[in-house]
Write a protein that binds this ligand. Structure first.
Ligand SMILES: [Zn+2]
Length: 326
């Protein structure tokens, strides 16, 4: 399997079994954006469909169709323009599956951002996950395990995409054209997620939008000394809506680093470049407060992933954070 995967041993085993032509009928693949979920589904799906001995060979007609997303037996579902996967999309898929496979072999289905499936859509899919057609393999890709309905979770094998080893990620970034110091910093900030690390590197070489979002979040966290100012936070988040998920990840990471500093584990900190300021600010929080704030940030991230109203999720985060800090 290519190195870029943040794949753990479960993913590796599943990939190897797909290479031998066998698969469970449904995998729930979870991990943050950029952790290689789609890539894993693509490689494992292509392996099931490939007609050559070394699967996926990348060169046979089947592989070419799969990688160009035009394989009639590799079906892809993604949220519509409004950001949801609706019941009619699932019904359409099930209708397709009621027919025979075009090439008579395996059929793979990748559902991107499966957490955006409406409850009706998830329930509609459930029956098929209980009694799947033969030689059919679903890959449900989701930000986290918890966002899916328990009934869906219980019918899938869970595949968690894991963080990449720091040394390997640093090498990957150096290959992409950066020096070791910068590579190490980016590897830490990205939490070992290669897609995120490559995006941060490209951003640094480009307009620096993500780096400025990160800087904004650092300033916001450092201004928390007393209580967070709700209007200031609201204004700030309004201006970075497109990058809100990344901003919340940065915020959680800054808080986690302060927790590490307080626990005497500074060497594990992610934001090496901001350490002196985080060290000073960490003195204004208790460990309990930082832990609670991290929980609230993760909760807000989950809400955004589940399409909860943006302004409401941001308000709740800062109102609850104020309560923690009183
Ligand atoms: Zn092939």
């Amino acid at each position: 399997m290519p190195d870029i995967f943040c794949a753990g041993s479960v993913a590796r085993r599943i990939f190897e079994s797909a290479q031998k032509g066998s698969a469970f009928h449904a995998y729930l693949v979870t991990g943050p954006k950029g952790s290689g979920k789609s890539r894993f589904a693509m490689e494992a799906g292509a392996a099931l469909l490939c007609s050559e001995k070394e699967k996926p060979c990348g060169g046979c007609a089947s592989c070419k169709m799969a990688y160009s997303k035009h394989h009639p037996d590799f079906l892809l579902i993604a949220p519509d323009d409004a950001g949801s996967i609706r019941i009619k999309q699932v019904r359409f898929l099930l209708e397709e599956l009621s027919r025979c496979a075009f090439y008579g072999g395996w059929r793979a289905i990748a559902i991107a951002r499966a957490e955006t499936m409406t409850s009706e859509a998830q329930n509609c899919l459930l029956k098929t996950l209980e009694e799947p057609p033969k030689k059919t393999c679903f890959f449900l890709l989701a930000a986290s395990y918890e966002v899916m309905l328990p009934t869906i979770r219980s019918r899938c094998v869970h595949v968690r995409m894991e963080a990449m080893d720091e040394g390997a990620l640093v090498q990957l970034l150096i290959k992409e054209g950066t020096d070791e110091n910068e590579a190490r910093q980016i590897a830490r900030i990205s939490g070992g997620v290669p897609g995120a690390a490559l995006e941060l590197l490209a951003d640094k070489k480009g307009d620096g939008r993500l780096w400025s979002v990160r800087k904004g979040m650092l300033e916001l966290i450092l201004s928390f000394k007393g209580l967070p100012s709700l209007p200031a936070a609201q204004n700030h988040f309004r201006s970075i809506r497109e990058d809100a998920e990344f901003a919340l990840s940065c915020m959680a990471s800054f808080c986690r680093d302060m927790l590490m500093i307080k626990a005497g584990c500074e060497a594990l900190a992610e934001n090496i470049d901001a350490l002196p300021r985080l060290r000073r600010t960490s003195e204004t929080f208790t460990k309990g407060q930082l832990g609670d704030i991290i929980d609230l940030i993760l909760q807000a991230k989950k809400q955004l992933a589940a399409n909860v109203n943006y302004a409401l999720a941001v308000d709740m985060l800062f109102i609850s954070a104020s309560e923690v800090l009183i």
